[in-house]
Design a protein around this ligand. Structure first.
Ligand code: SF4
Length: 384
């Protein structure tokens, strides 16, 4: 079974105030070494080359190393990780590694290139120090990115945040323009999300930080990126043609994926449904668990799969394939949603043709409302 493979590196040099991802800020070289060994041994289990495997053998379609901050890994560890995982699961064409500017040193970039990383995804968030202070993140300096650009030969991607208190349209446009002119060919622009139990959530709750109702002018940002030749190939993701993340497209197409490392999630088909496996966040426990037998398991029934299939598939302009819908859910999409589909088409949110149900640009901007309309008006339930 060809799957996207995600590896979670649970280390960060410091914790950003808005972040709810699993990571720790203190660890030893020994612990890091043991963690990489365990991730490689779990990859062997998923490859079915180890006794005790409970799923069809997995072959990596893409490999994505995220976290956490993979660039905090010590010398040689990223190379060891990639060579171990690809020996078990095969070497895909696309290998992405996330990095933060301060730890993406010349040595790290050289090691990543030699190990076969093809895309480097840099956490930028904002190039304005005052905005980084608001969200409790170390500022990224343009000089750091210029150095990375000169030392990295592969594809360069960056993450930005929209909706930071005090962020203007001009601020975001300046960041986007700067990154494009520097040679970044993939930009992800995510809404600031206030995650519970984070320092940012506490500042919002106490009134010290106020989340604005209106942020930067999103349509203007989309228009500027289109002028630079970037295609909006997902609600929040833009790329020059050919530079889309194949790994993330796999999620939006509801393809199976394997997650390796503490807190990592896998979703694998089983019979008519699917199983979601979540690995523990306890590092000591992670080292002695079996990735199938000891993972937290969620059984996904037909209704859940149908909801996820639409929620993910309508995030991308290619939309939901009618053929895949038929083979997954045993019926025509129009039978499930009837009149509501026609209404959403009339309102310019969706387009249905003989191959797919696709969101319009307006439909992508108002995706939550579109999904609520669609799912609450389903005339037929999913099997299972
Ligand atoms: S560097 Fe990334 S993963 Fe680490 S705390 Fe900050 S946002 Fe979270």
């Amino acid at each position: 079974m060809r799957c996207g493979v995600y590896v979670h590196i649970p280390y960060c040099s410091r914790k950003c105030d808005y972040c709810a991802f699993h990571s720790i800020t203190h660890w030893t070289a020994l612990a890091e070494h043991a963690l990489i060994d365990k991730i490689v041994s779990d990859a062997m289990v998923f490859s079915n080359r180890e006794a005790g495997s409970a799923a069809p053998p997995v072959e990596a379609k893409t490999l994505y190393i995220g976290g956490g901050t993979p660039s905090t890994l010590g010398p040689g560890q990223l190379a060891r990780l990639i060579s171990g995982v690809t020996a078990a699961l095969g070497r895909p064409e696309e290998i992405t590694c996330e990095a933060n500017p301060e730890s993406a040193t010349a040595k790290f970039l050289a090691e990543a290139g030699e190990a076969g990383v093809t895309r480097l995804s840099i956490g930028v968030q904002s190039l304005f120090p005052r905005l980084c202070t608001v969200i409790g993140r170390r500022p990224t300096h343009v000089k750091e990115l210029e150095r990375i650009r000169s030392e990295w030969q592969g594809v360069l991607a960056a993450d930005l945040i929209i909706g930071i208190p005090g962020q203007t349209t001009d601020d975001l446009m300046a960041d986007v323009t700067q990154l494009v002119e520097m040679g970044f060919s993939h930009l992800s622009i995510y809404d600031l999300s206030v995650e519970s139990d984070t320092p940012l959530a506490r500042r919002v709750a106490s009134g010290r930080v106020v989340i604005p109702e209106d942020g930067p002018d999103w349509p203007a940002v989309c228009t500027t990126l289109a002028r630079f030749g970037f295609v909006r190939y997902e609600v929040s993701n833009f790329a020059l043609p050919g530079h889309e993340s194949q790994h993330n497209l796999g999620y939006w197409r509801s393809e199976p994926y394997v997650g390796l490392g503490p807190s990592a999630v896998s979703t694998l088909p089983v019979g008519d449904g699917a199983r979601r496996l979540v690995q523990t966040t306890d590092h000591a426990r992670f080292l002695c668990t079996h990735p199938f037998h000891d993972a937290e398991v969620e059984v996904l029934d037909g209704a859940t799969l149908l909801t996820e299939f639409l929620m993910l598939g309508l995030r991308i302009p290619e939309g939901v394939s009618l053929r895949r819908f038929r083979s997954k859910f045993g019926g025509e999409l129009a039978e499930f949603f009837g009149r509501c589909l026609t209404d959403l088409e009339k309102h310019g949110m969706l387009v249905l043709d003989e191959h797919a149900l696709r969101p319009t640009a307006r439909g992508m901007d108002m995706l939550n409302g579109t999904l609520v309309d669609l799912l609450s008006n389903a005339t037929r339930g999913a099997p299972g």
